[in-house]
Write a protein that binds this ligand. Structure first.
Ligand code: ZN
Ligand code: ZN
Length: 270
C-alpha cells in the first residue's frame, strides 16, 4: 500500500505549493494514504510568528487544520488524507505544544529534533573547527536527544532520526552502536514508529534518514516504521518510494504503520 506520512506546504514559509497541490500530486502517484504534516508554529515562543522562514504563525494554525480537514472530506472517495503536524522536540519546553495542540483532531503527531546544542541541525556553521575524532560523541548525544524525544511519549512518529548528518555527510558512517540501540529501543518502547525519510536526498548527505545499518538494527529490534518523503515541493511526494520498499523488503520488513485518529494500524509494504 503506497503511503507518505510526511509532507509540508507553503504556510511554513520554506515549502512550495498549497495543501491541494500535495493532494493532487499524491493522487497522480497512486498514493493511498497521505499525511499532511506541516511544521507546527513555534508554540513555545511569545511572538505569533517567531521564525518566519521556519514555521507558520500561531494564528495560521487553525486555518491549516481546517483546510486539511476539508480536503480530507472532499477527497475521501479517492485517497485517505491524514491530518497531522511535525512538532519540534524542545527539551523541557513541550508544555506549550501539548496545550496548543489539544483539541485538534490530529490523526497522528510527528516529533523531530531540529534544534541541537544551540543550533539548527542543518546549519553548516556548527561543523566549523569540529575534528573527526569528536564525531562519535556528537552523534551519540544527538541520538540520546532523539531517544528523549521518543520517551516524552508525546509523539506517534519520530522524524528523520539521524538528520544531523544532513549538513555533515561524514557523520553518517560514524558507528555509535550503543547510542543507536538506545534510541531505537526508546522509539519501540514508547509505542512510536520511526520514519524512513528520503529527504536526505535534498541535503548534502544524500541518501535517507536513517542509514542502512540503522534500518537493519531497527528490524532486529522490531521497531515499526512508516514512509516519509518530507516533501517541501509537490513533486517530491513519495520520492524514491520504490527503492525504499525494495530495500526494506530485502531487510525483512513487511508492513508500514499508519494512523487513523491516533490509532496505529499496519498495512502491507506492497
Ligand atoms: Zn521544512
Ligand atoms: Zn523535520
Amino acid at each position: 500500500m503506497k503511503v507518505d506520512l510526511h509532507t509540508h506546504h507553503n504556510r511554513c514559509g520554506h515549502a512550495k505549493g498549497s495543501l491541494r497541490d500535495y493532494v493532487l500530486a499524491a493522487l497522480d502517484q497512486g498514493v493511498e494514504v497521505l499525511g499532511l504534516s506541516d511544521h507546527t508554529p513555534m508554540f513555545a515562543e511569545e511572538e505569533d510568528h517567531a521564525l518566519p522562514p521556519v514555521a507558520m504563525p500561531k494564528s495560521a494554525f487553525p486555518s491549516y487544520i481546517a483546510e486539511a480537514l476539508a480536503l480530507k472530506e472532499e477527497f475521501a472517495h479517492s485517497i485517505e488524507i491524514l491530518v497531522s503536524t511535525e512538532a519540534d522536540y524542545l527539551s523541557g519546553r513541550m508544555d506549550a505544544y501539548t496545550k496548543a495542540l489539544s483539541g485538534y483532531p490530529l490523526d497522528y503527531l510527528i516529533g523531530s529534533v531540529h534544534q541541537f546544542e544551540g543550533s539548527e541541525i542543518f546549519d553548516v556553521r556548527r561543523w566549523e573547527g569540529v575534528g573527526g575524532d569528536e564525531l562519535p560523541a556528537i552523534k551519540a548525544r544527538y541520538f540520546r536527544l532523539v531517544a528523549e524525544c521518543a520517551r516524552s511519549g508525546l509523539f506517534d512518529v519520530i522524524g528523520h532520526v539521524d538528520a544531523l548528518k544532513g549538513s555533515h555527510p561524514p557523520l553518517g558512517a560514524v558507528p555509535v552502536p550503543a547510542a543507536a540501540d538506545e534510541m531505537l529501543l526508546a522509539i519501540r518502547d514508547s509505542g512510536a514508529v520511526m520514519e524512513i525519510n528520503t529527504s536526505g536526498n535534498t541535503k548534502m548527505c544524500g541518501g535517507w534518514y536513517p542509514e542502512f545499518d540503522l534500518l537493519e538494527r531497527a528490524h532486529h529490534f522490531g521497531v515499526p516504521i512508516t514512509f516519509a518523503s518530507d516533501a517541501h515541493t509537490p513533486e517530491r511526494v513519495c520520492d524514491q518510494y520504490p527503492e525504499v520498499v525494495q530495500v526494506l523488503h530485502d531487510i525483512g520488513f513487511s508492513a508500514w504503520t499508519v494512523f487513523r485518529g491516533g490509532t496505529a494500524r499496519q498495512c502491507p509494504l506492497f
